[in-house]
Design a protein around this ligand. Structure first.
Ligand code: HEM
Length: 127
């Protein structure tokens, strides 16, 4: 599967889970998990969909293993960060290592994405 397709499909799944989570919070009047809901929606739905648009705009990059790996690592980091933040805000401090590792993973992966973008834009300027 191309990196863009992977991003779009997983982004929609994350959006569905994040929005359902929002409805559960609203109905139960328990907003404790709000930071985890916000991270899942913004890292999972919004960011992944934006990665997908960039990859779709650059078909050569879209077919690379590196782009697929970038998406896969982002998904893993988002899951870890969301679970960790959710645990912390529901009174389980043992979630801290998950949140810490997840946050480092998404930061490192954003650096990878930045490098892919820089390489792509340099090539576009030179062409
Ligand atoms: C069915 C859709 C959604 C529902 C029912 C919902 C529900 C909620 C609820 C109940 C809160 C807690 C508000 C508070 O305690 O002040 C919240 C916060 C938040 N939600 Fe959602 N949400 C939905 C979709 C989304 C989406 C799609 C995004 C992002 C793309 C998003 C991002 C956020 C953010 C950033 C906050 C934190 C706001 C703040 O700090 O005041 N939500 N949401």
């Amino acid at each position: 599967m191309k990196a863009s397709s992977l991003s779009f499909v997983i982004a929609v799944l994350a959006g569905l889970v994040g929005m359902s989570w929002g409805i559960v919070m609203a109905v139960s009047h328990d907003h404790a998990a709000m930071p985890a809901h916000a991270h899942l929606n913004l890292l999972g739905w919004v960011s992944l969909f934006l990665f997908g648009i960039y990859y779709r705009l650059h078909p050569v990059l879209d077919r690379t293993m590196m782009a697929r790996a970038q998406v896969g690592v982002w998904v893993a980091g988002t899951i870890l960060l969301t679970v960790g933040v959710g645990m912390i805000h529901s009174g389980r401090p043992s979630g801290e290592p998950f949140a810490a590792i997840g946050s480092i993973i998404v930061l490192a992966d954003m650096l990878l994405f930045g490098w892919l973008v820089l390489r792509q834009e340099r090539a576009a300027t030179a062409a």
